[in-house]
Design a protein around this ligand. Structure first.
Ligand code: SF4
Length: 725
C-alpha cells in the first residue's frame, strides 16, 4: 500500500519538516514540504537520504554483544538490558557510582526524551559523571553567558535586523545558527535583498561570506583580537548605545582598558586583515538600528573560544542588541511555557569551580558541563573514582573525541562499554561490549520542542516565530525487529536495578524562578514516548494535542506578548568587564610572535554539506563525489608546494600527523588548510586515506593548549606543516 505523511527530519538541529512517501509503511522518498510557512520546502541531502538509512545493510535490528574472542552475537534487547544492568550493579557495588559515566553525542539533541531520562537514571544511581559533545564543540556558548549574564527578553532577531555578524560560522552548510536554521540560504538572500549588512569573519570565502557587506578574512585563531579591535573602535568613536549601557551594563571601563592595545593597526598586523575593513566592520555593526552576532564551532574549537563568545556578548550589549520594553516578543513559546519577559538583566553566575571535581588537570563542573577531553584519563587513571563503565548515547567517541590514540586506549580499558546506536558501522561500536539497537528517528515520534529551546543556546538559534510540529512514527519496522528508543534502554536498566526514575523539567528561561516540575515514572507500567512528550510539554503555551492536530506544522500565533519594563529596584547588570576575560585579552596581546615557528599553516575545521559528523559515510549516494575529507587549500599554496588536486601529503602538528588528499579551493586564504572532523579509518584497522579520509583529532593533544575550564583542546586553528607523502 502506498501513502504519504508528514514528518520531521532529525538528522540535524534544523529539524526540517518533510513529506514522506511510503510503500507498505517503508519510506521510499523524502522531500521538503513546500507548503510549510517557515521552511518553504527546504531539505538537504542528509535528510532526503534517510530513506536509504532505515533499511541500510549496516542497520541494526537486534542488539549485539561482543564476545571475548572479538566476535559478535545477536541478542535480544531484554537480554542485553539484563546483562548490562547486572554488570553495572557489580561495578557500582565494587567501585561506587562515580565509576559509571555517560557520553551524549550530537544526536541526543533531537530526541526530546533521551536526555531527561538518561539524566534521571544517572541521578538515580548517584553519578555526576555525565559528559557531552558540548565541551568538544561549542563550550564558549555556555561559559560566556555565565560570565556576562543574560538578558531576560532575549536578543533582537535576524528577521528584522539591519546587520548580523557571523564569526567562523557558515549556516548555509552547517545549520548551526546565526542565520536561523529554517532554510538559511533563502533567509540570508532575503535579508540581504531587504538591506541587511552582513559582516563575516572567516578565513574562507564561504557561501555566507559571498553575501557579506564586509568580509574579514583573517589568519585563523585571531577572532578574539578582531572583536577586541571592533569594540575599541565602537568605544573610542562613541558609537555604542549610551542609554542602554547606562541603565543595564557594568564593567565598561575595564573593557575599554582591556581592548586598548587592540588598535586597528595592531589587529590588522596580527590578523593579517586591512585595518580599514576592521573599522568599517565596527562602524557598520554599531551604526545599524538592529542586529545580532553569532560564532560557530570553529572559533569555539580554536584557542580562546570562551573569549570570542564573551566578546560577542559584550559587543551586543554595548550596542544594545537586546529586546527593549514595549517590543513585541517574536516567539512567546509554543510547546514550552508561555514567555512574558521583562527588559532586564539576569546577573552573571559561576561559570566553573563547583560540582563534580575531576581527578585530572583540575577540572570541575562548569556551565558547559564536565570536560569530555578529560574522560579518557578518568578511565585510564587508577585509583578511587576511576571510570569503569561508559554508556555512549548517539555519539561516536572514537571518531569525535580529540586525541584518538588516547581515546582508543581508554575505550579498550573499560570494564563495560555500551553504545546506543542505529547501525553497526560506527567505529566505536566495534569496541563496545554491547551495542543496543535503537530505533531510527523515523521509527519514533518527534516534536520540535528541542529547537524551540535552542533559542536559549545562542543568538540566532531556534525559531523566531511561534512555530511547532509533532510527527508520529513514520517508518514501519521489519518483521522480528527488536529495537528500542534510547530512553527505553535507561528505563529498562533502571527497572532491572530496582531504582526509580524522576525527570526534573526545567527550561533555561524559567530556572531563575521556582522549582523545576517533576515527573515520576511508573516503574511497573512503562509509559510510551507520547506520554513523556506530554510531561515535557506540560505547561506549554499551546497544548501538545493542538500541535498534534496540525501534522504539517504551523505558526501558532496567539495574543501578542510584549516585553515588560524591569522590576522596580532591579540591580542586576550585564557584565562586560569580567576579570578573567580581560586578563586573557592582556595575555593574547603579550603573546610571542614566533610561537608557532616551524608550522606555517593553520588547519581549521569545517562542515560538509553531505554528512553529519560520522553519519552518512556508509551511504554511497552521499559520498558519491569522494569518500574522504579533502584537505582544502588555497590554489596558490598548492602551486608553491608543487602540488595539484588529488595529491597525497602528510599534515603534521606538534602532537600528531595524518595523511591528507589536497584539493584547491578558491576563496580559502593562503596559509590555511580546511578539513572536516570525524573522518578516518578505524585506528585498529587502518585503511587507505582515499577510502576513509583522515581523523584530524590525531592532531590535537588533550594535555597541551587546553582551555582550563571546558577542557576543549586546540581543535581548530591548529599550527601545522605540510610534508610530502
Ligand atoms: S538541514 Fe538537512 S539534515 Fe538538517 S534537518 Fe534539514 S533536511 Fe535534515
Amino acid at each position: 500500500m502506498q501513502d504519504t505523511l508528514h514528518g520531521i527530519c532529525r538528522s540535524c538541529a534544523a529539524m526540517c519538516p518533510i513529506v514522506i512517501d511510503r510503500e507498505d509503511g517503508v519510506p521510499t522518498r523524502i522531500i521538503g514540504d513546500k507548503h510549510n510557512p517557515v521552511y518553504w520546502g527546504y531539505t538537504c541531502i542528509k535528510g532526503r537520504e534517510m530513506v536509504n538509512q532505515v533499511r541500510h545493510p549496516d542497520r541494526l535490528f537486534s542488539s549485539i554483544r561482543r564476545e571475548k574472542d572479538g566476535s559478535f552475537t545477536s541478542i535480544s534487547s531484554a537480554q542485553a538490558m539484563d546483562e548490562v544492568a547486572q554488570k553495572l550493579k557489580r561495578i557500582i557495588d565494587e567501585h561506587g557510582p562515580r565509576a559509571v559515566a555517560t557520553y551524549a553525542g550530537t544526536y541526543i539533541f533531537t530526541y526530546p526524551a533521551t536526555q531527561p531520562v538518561s539524566t534521571a537514571w544517572m541521578n538515580a544511581i548517584g553519578s555526576n559523571m555525565m559528559f557531552t559533545s558540548n565541551t568538544i564543540d561549542q563550550p564558549g556558548k555556555s561559559i560566556a553567558p555565565a560570565l556576562h549574564g543574560t538578558w531576560q527578553a532575549g536578543p533582537q532577531v535576524f528577521d528584522d535586523a539591519d546587520t548580523w555578524l557571523l564569526v567562523g560560522v557558515n549556516p548555509i552548510v552547517a545549520h548551526s545558527g546565526g542565520v536561523p536554521n529554517q532554510n538559511p540560504a533563502k533567509r540570508l538572500k532575503d535579508a540581504v535583498e531587504r538591506g541587511m549588512k552582513v559582516i563575516v569573519i572567516d578565513p574562507r570565502r564561504t557561501e555566507c561570506a559571498e553575501r557579506a557587506f564586509v568580509h574579514l578574512q583573517p589568519k585563523p585563531g585571531e577572532d578574539g583580537a578582531i572583536l577586541a579591535g571592533m569594540i575599541r573602535v565602537i568605544l573610542k568613536e562613541q558609537l555604542f548605545d549610551a542609554d542602554f549601557v547606562r541603565a543595564n551594563v557594568q564593567g565598561v571601563d575595564a573593557l575599554a582598558q582591556a581592548v586598548e592595545p587592540y588598535t586597528p593597526d595592531y589587529v590588522a598586523a596580527r590578523a593579517q586583515i586591512p585595518a580599514d575593513d576592521l573599522v568599517l566592520a565596527a562602524r557598520t555593526y554599531a551604526q545599524a538600528e538592529r542586529g545580532g552576532a553569532t560564532a560557530g564551532t570553529g572559533p569555539n574549537m580554536a584557542p580562546h573560544g570562551n573569549l570570542t563568545e564573551y566578546l560577542l556578548l559584550c559587543l551586543m550589549s554595548i550596542c544594545g542588541r537586546w529586546l527593549k520594553a514595549g517590543e513585541r516578543v517574536p516567539n512567546p513559546g509554543v510547546l514550552g511555557p508561555s514567555f512574558a519577559p521583562r527588559a532586564q538583566a539576569n546577573a552573571p553566575w559561576p561559570a566553573w569551580g563547583y560540582g563534580e571535581k575531576l581527578r585530572v588537570r583540575g577540572f570541575t563542573d562548569a556551565a558547559c558541563g564536565l570536560a569530555t577531553s578529560a574522560l579518557p584519563d578518568e578511565i585510564l587513571m587508577p585509583g578511587d573514582g576511576q571510570v569503569k563503565a561508559l554508556i555512549s548515547i548517539g555519539g561516536n567517541p572514537l571518531m569525535a573525541w580529540p586525541d584518538q590514540n588516547k581515546t582508543l586506549k581508554a575505550l579498550k580499558a573499560l570494564d563495560l562499554f555500551v553504545c546506543l546506536d542505529i547501525q553497526k558501522v560506527h567505529n566505536s561500536c566495534h569496541l563496545a561490549d554491547y551495542t543496543i539497537a535503537c530505533k531510527h528517528s523515523l521509527e519514533s515520534p518527534a516534536m520540535t520542542l528541542p529547537n524551540e529551546m535552542l533559542s536559549y543556546f545562542g543568538t540566532g538559534f531556534g525559531f523566531s516565530v511561534p512555530y511547532a510540529q509533532y510527527a508520529p512514527p513514520a517508518a514501519a519496522l521489519p518483521e522480528g525487529a527488536d529495537v528500542v528508543e534510547e530512553w527505553e534502554f535507561f528505563y529498562g536498566i533502571a527497572k532491572r536495578m530496582q531504582i526509580a526514575l524522576e525527570i526534573k523539567v526545567a527550561y533555561s528561561w524559567t530556572t531563575t524562578s521556582g522549582e523545576p516540575r517533576r515527573y515520576r515514572f511508573d516503574m511497573e507500567n512503562k509509559p510510551d514516548t507520547d506520554e513523556l512528550f506530554e510531561a515535557l510539554c506540560d505547561g506549554g503555551r499551546v497544548p501538545l494535542a493542538t500541535v498534534k492536530s496540525e501534522p504539517q506544522g504551523r505558526v501558532f500565533e496567539g495574543e501578542d506578548v510584549f516585553v515588560d519594563g524591569p522590576e522596580p529596584g532591579r540591580e542586576a547588570r550585564l557584565q562586560v568587564g569580567d576579570a578573567t576575560m580581560c586578563a586573557e585579552l592582556a595575555a593574547i596581546a603579550g603573546e610571542r610572535e614566533d610561537k608557532d615557528a616551524g608550522f606555517p599553516f593553520r588547519l581549521i575545521s569545517r562542515r560538509l554539506h553531505h554528512v553529519m559528523n560520522t553519519t552518512g559515510r556508509n551511504n554511497p549516494r552521499q559520498m558519491r563525489k569522494q569518500r574522504y575529507n579533502p584537505a582544502y587549500m588555497n590554489p596558490g599554496d598548492l602551486v608553491a608546494l608543487g602540488l595539484k588536486d588529488g595529491d597525497e601529503v602528510r599534515i603534521a602538528s606538534r602532537y600528531g600527523e595524518i595523511p591528507g588528499i589536497v584539493e584547491a579551493e578558491e576563496g580559502i586564504r593562503s596559509g590555511v588548510i580546511s578539513m572536516s572532523h570525524c573522518f578516518g579509518p578505524d585506528p585498529e584497522n587502518p585503511g587507505p586515506v582515499r577510502e576513509f579520509g583522515s581523523n584530524v583529532a590525531l592532531l590535537s593533544s588533550v594535555e597541551h593548549e587546553v582551555d582550563p575550564y571546558s577542557g576543549i583542546p586546540r581543535m581548530s586553528a591548529i599550527p601545522v606543516r605540510v610534508l610530502m607523502a
